[in-house]
Ligand binder design. Structure first.
Ligand code: ZN
Length: 337
């Protein structure tokens, strides 16, 4: 379970596998060995796009073509500028990417950066915190903070062991959050004629995912609970399919039809992406439950629940068959760890 999570983080965070070695999830490495299916932190180039007055998203410059083809790309985030300062959504993986992000902010404003929201504990969304000035207030869910405080060294060590020393991970240190949200917590921030809402809606991809909403521009930053436009699928890394589905439904009801969505790993999208994710999750639950009702084993369920209409995602064999179906099976059987 922990290994699966770490390996998945690696795929998200680093991509380029230099040593297959004796690794637990051979399937991940099979897909990761194809350089077209993963991203390499040292090559990512970030760009920004204005989603509405003062609201910018930041995303990798190869995302347009790759998202459409179902190929994973590096992390997306953004920043929101008000009269009094700037709020950043996700700080990226390492110094190189955090510096690019700060450069994109500085290209638009010289106002002080006041806040960073980390949408989850995943390194590609939070490791960059330390490269921002000390006075920047870091906002996390309390589960994100406690995960980072107890797993940081292990996560970084694992990454360095498998990915070498050239991804800027050696210098990473955890940085304590300044503002913690608890379950169901909401925070309204006025940046000066620019309102931002930070909210926890329940278990999404992790226990502590935060969503960031710019109400005036109708832009929702989701982090990883929405990975990218179709055909990308949700990654149930930490399980909790039922709760995760409920959280995404809650998110959907909050959003006006013309809302713009900034996903965790891709170009801007809209509520149709959320609908696609929900269709996938509902179908997954139905089909896995049907397999359980037929007394199929976990292995047979993974082989049976094919869901061909979602196969366009290049990571489908791993994300769907080897992770999501297995997590759903264990949860619905009451075996979830
Ligand atoms: Zn991510």
């Amino acid at each position: 379970m922990k290994q699966l999570k770490q390996i998945a983080l690696l795929v998200l965070a680093l991509g380029s596998v230099v040593q297959a070695g004796a690794v637990q999830a051979a399937d991940v490495h099979r897909s990761a060995e194809d350089p077209n299916l993963v991203w390499t932190a040292s090559q990512v180039v970030l760009k920004s796009k204005e989603m509405g007055p003062g609201v910018f998203m930041v995303y990798p410059d190869d995302a347009e073509g790759k998202n459409k083809a179902g190929i994973p790309v590096a992390t997306s985030g953004g920043f929101i500028i008000g009269d009094d300062g700037v709020l950043v959504i996700d700080s990226m993986l390492n110094r190189r990417l955090a510096t690019q992000l700060i450069g994109l902010i500085r290209a638009k404003t010289d106002k002080p950066i006041r806040y960073i929201v980390n949408t989850s504990y995943h390194g590609d969304h939070s490791y960059g915190n330390q490269f921002f000035p000390r006075e920047v207030a870091i906002i996390q869910h309390e589960a994100t903070q406690s995960y980072i405080q107890s797993h940081f060294a292990d996560d970084v060590k694992f990454m360095s062991t498998y990915f070498g020393k050239n991804q800027g991970l050696d210098e990473l240190r955890p940085r304590r959050a300044n503002l913690l949200l608890s379950d169901g917590g909401r925070l309204q921030i006025d940046l000066g004629r620019q309102k931002v809402e930070v909210m926890h809606l329940g278990f999404a991809q992790t226990k502590g995912d935060l969503f960031v909403w710019a109400p005036q521009q109708k832009v929702m930053f989701t982090g990883n609970p929405v990975i990218a436009m179709p055909p990308a699928l949700p990654w149930l890394l930490d399980g909790h399919m039922v709760e995760s589905t409920a959280t995404l439904k809650k998110l959907r009801t909050l959003l006006p039809e013309n809302a713009k969505i900034v996903p965790g790993h891709g170009v801007p999208t809209d509520v149709s992406t959320l609908d696609f994710n929900l269709r996938y999750l509902d179908t997954l639950r139905e089909q896995v439950q049907a397999a359980i009702d037929r007394n199929l084993s976990e292995k047979d369920t993974a082989a049976t629940v094919q869901m061909d209409e979602f196969k366009g995602y290049k990571l489908f064999p791993w994300v769907h068959s080897q992770m999501n179906v297995v997590k759903a099976y264990q949860e619905l059987k009451g075996q979830a760890k």
